[in-house]
Write a protein that binds this ligand. Sequence first.
Ligand code: ZN
Length: 480
Amino acid sequence: MNRRTLRDPLALLLTSALLLGGCTINPATGSHQLNFFGEESEIEMGQEADAEIVASVGLYDDPLLQDYVHDLGMEIAASSERPNLPWSFKLLDDPSVNAFALPGGYVYVTRGLMTHLESEAELAATIGHEIGHVTARHGVNQMSKQILASVGLGVASILDEDIADWAFAGQIGLGLLFLHNSRDDERQADDLGLRYAMRAGYDPRQMSELFNVLDAVSKVEGVGRLPNWLSTHPDPGARRKRIEEEVGKLEGDFSNARIERDSYLERLDGMVFGDDPQAGYFEGNAFLHPGLRFRIDFPDGWETANQQDSVSAHSPDGEALVQVGLSDKETREEAEEEFYAEEGLSQDRSWENKVHGLPASWSRFEHSEEGSELRGTVAFVEHGDGIFQVLALSEAASWSEQREDLEEAIGSFAHLDDPRALNARASRVRLIRLKEDMTVERFAKEFPSDAPIETVAMINHVQPGGMLKKGQLAKRVVVD
Ligand SMILES: [Zn+2]
C-alpha cells in the first residue's frame, strides 16, 4: 500500500498522440481507422497500465493457475492476426466476475470469473473475446477518444476533479477500465473470440453458456475492487442470442471439439471464492485489515474503495478524501520527507501525537497546482513492521468545516486485535462428484456451502430448483 508520486499521465499520452497521429489498417478487420498510436506506443501504453493494475488489484497467488491462464491465452493468441505482440495473460486476485484487455496485448481474467465458469471452452471464449479487443485495436481507439474527451470536455467523474487527480494519480490502467466499449466493438470482439476459440479447437457452442453466466451474474450485486464486467459489457442476453445465430450458421461437426469440463473444474478445487477477509473488509463504515492488523473508522455514509495498495473513502459530494497506505520507507522521518518532496506541496504545522498508543507524526499541508487548492492533514504512524501514511484532504474552500471530522478519522486508526477479525478466513471452492441426480437444493443440504442457495445454483449453472446430474462435478464453497 503506497501512494504513488503524482504525475500527469494525460500530458505523456498527449505528447505521443501528437507525434504518432495517422490512419492505420485494422489488422483483424482489414478496414482503415483513425489512430493516434503506432504499435510501439500502443505496447508502451499497455505496459505502463499493466504495472498499475498488478500493483492496485494484485495477482492471484497460485503459480500453476497463472501458468494455466497464460498458456491457454498464448495458444489462442497464436492463431490471431497479431501473433507477434508481447502477449501476457494474468489471473487477478479479485472476486468480481471480470475480464478485460489493454492495448498491446495485456489480458486479464479474475478469479471471480474463473470460479463462475464450468469449462475450458468457456474460458477460451472469454479470452478469445478479449484478444479480439486487442487485435481490432479497440482499446487504442478508446484511449484516443478518451484523450479527445479529456481535452474537450474535462474528465467526467463522481469525484471532484482535483481530488480525483490526487487519489488516482498515475493510475492510467484503472482509468481505462472505466471506459465503456461500444456495442459495435463488443459484437466485433464476440465474433473474433468465436473465431479464435474455434481455431484452437474449442466447441463454439460453449460460448453461449458464457453469456448465460454473465446474464445470471448481472442480476446479483457485484463485489470486488474492479468494476463488474457488465458495466463495460452491456446486455449479455442480446449478445447470446446473436452469437447463437452465428454458431447456427457454422458448417461442420463439433461433436469432437474441446470442452474440457472436468479437467477445468478440477483446477478450481481450493480456489478462493468471494471476498478474502485477510485482504481487508468493511463492517459498516469501519475497515478491518487482518493481514496488516489495523482498523480505521471512515466517516458515516462515505463511498469506500479497498485496493491492493491503499484503502480510501470519499465524501458523497466527492470533495473530501481519507486514504490509508503503507509507506516503503522504514522511519516516520523518511516517509514524511518523501511525502513533502512532492511539487506543490507545503507543510503548514507539525506535531507528535500517538494514535491509540502508536507513535505518530502529524502535519497539516497545502497543495497548490494550476488553479487547484487542496488542504489536508497527514499522519505517519508506526505500526507492526511498517509506517502507515494516513491522510485526509479536501478542497481548500471547505477545509475549515471538514477538518475536525477528517482528523477524527485519521485518529481512529488503531491496532486490530479482535480475534474474530484476525481469524476470518476466505471461502474456497470444493468439488463433489455426484453419485445420483439431485436438485441444487438437495445438493446444498447434503453438502452445505457458506453461500446462499442462489449463489450455489449460479456457480453450478442451474436455476434454483434445477437438476445436477449423476457423475458430474458440482461446486460448493466452504471455509476450511
Ligand atoms: Zn468486450
